[in-house]
Design a protein around this ligand. Structure first.
Ligand code: SF4
Length: 321
């Protein structure tokens, strides 16, 4: 998939989100991340648990204040909006959460859950509200009889469809999909991804699609950013990243994805990553991947590599590139 439109909707500039977790301990969840998201594209954001991708998504949405840096949405800094503009932003930007079990209020009917945003923004009332709920249910492959039921009566995949309908209710431009398929059975994951792609094509949506696994973002992303311990280590068009990953961390992540062809799978080199992602609390200077990288040199332990354009449109942060 190529980037469909080069008009920028969101600019993330040197974004940092640090949390004080002790008298001298700072957790650097997001530590200086910069990227753009173009109108109508899907940017995949990938990394192991604890790499800061969810915090990054939440800081972009203004759910967390930024420690440093800017998030410019359609020309305005999300963290400096007045009350009126904040309300407008909350109408244009929505989140689909990871856990379709926990994110829906069990005491509300599906219709009322979907209409939460409609009610907050006073978009429709009475019959128009009901009509809109039915339209949204149909858009996500459910039917109008489902409006009067409760979340526990639905499967995980159906609940995620309800979460998607809720996000679409106020007709946003931008949706942060925060691991929307991770809690679902593998057989259902493709259905939800296909639904998100269909809705994007029909409604011109822009997505930031967060996932912990590169195989999950492959089919939906125009470009993919790989995060490691609060930093973006590689950012490239999806096809380039999968065909020729440049950063040693991305290479290791990709080598762990099984290939369906048994012959290719047998001959493929698997790069084993030693150990877990180190703690983001008071990280050491230098490349944060140095402790797990098979190419690490002395310079890697002293100087932090900057994200730079290694090939046209293909960025990586590594001293040997
Ligand atoms: Fe490995 Fe050094 Fe590149 Fe970091 S900068 S990924 S340690 S080679």
């Amino acid at each position: 998939m190529s980037t469909k439109n080069h008009e920028v909707l969101i600019e993330v500039k040197n974004l940092k989100k640090h949390f004080k977790v002790g008298p001298k301990a700072i957790l650097k969840a997001v530590d200086g991340v910069s990227f753009d998201i173009h109108k109508g594209e899907t940017l995949g954001l990938v990394g192991e648990s604890g790499c800061g991708k969810t915090t990054c998504g939440r800081t972009i949405m203004g759910m967390y204040g930024a420690t440093e840096g800017e998030v410019i949405f359609d020309g305005h800094d999300v963290h400096k909006l007045n009350k009126k503009d904040k309300k407008e932003f909350s109408k244009r930007a929505q989140v689909i959460f990871q856990d379709p079990y926990a994110s829906l209020n069990p005491r509300m009917t599906v219709g009322d859950i979907i209409a939460e945003g409609i009610d907050v923004h006073k978009l429709y009332t009475g019959e128009d509200r009901t009509k809109k709920i039915y339209e949204l249910l149909s858009l996500v492959g459910l039917n109008k009889e489902h409006a009067s039921r409760f979340p526990h009566e639905f499967s995980g995949g159906q609940r995620q469809r309800i979460g998607i309908a809720r996000a679409l209710a106020i007709e946003p431009d931008f949706i942060v999909c925060d691991e929307p398929i991770s809690a679902l059975d593998v057989s259902i994951q493709a259905q939800v991804v296909n639904l998100l792609i269909k809705l994007q094509n029909e409604l011109g949506l822009t997505y930031l699609f967060i996932a912990h696994d590169l195989s999950m973002v492959k089919h939906i992303s125009d470009r993919v950013g790989v995060m490691y311990l609060g930093n973006m280590v590689e950012l490239a068009p999806s096809a380039d990243l999968y065909a020729e990953p440049l950063h040693p961390y991305t290479q290791a992540l990709l080598s762990a994805i099984p290939i369906p062809d048994p012959e290719v799978e047998k001959s493929k080199e698997r790069i084993h990553l030693e150990g877990e992602v180190p703690s983001p609390i008071n990280p050491k200077p230098g490349c944060k991947f140095a402790g797990r990288c098979r190419y690490a040199k002395d310079v890697c332990k002293q100087t932090t590599p900057e994200l730079k354009e290694v090939k046209p449109g293909h960025f990586a942060a590594c001293h040997i590139l």
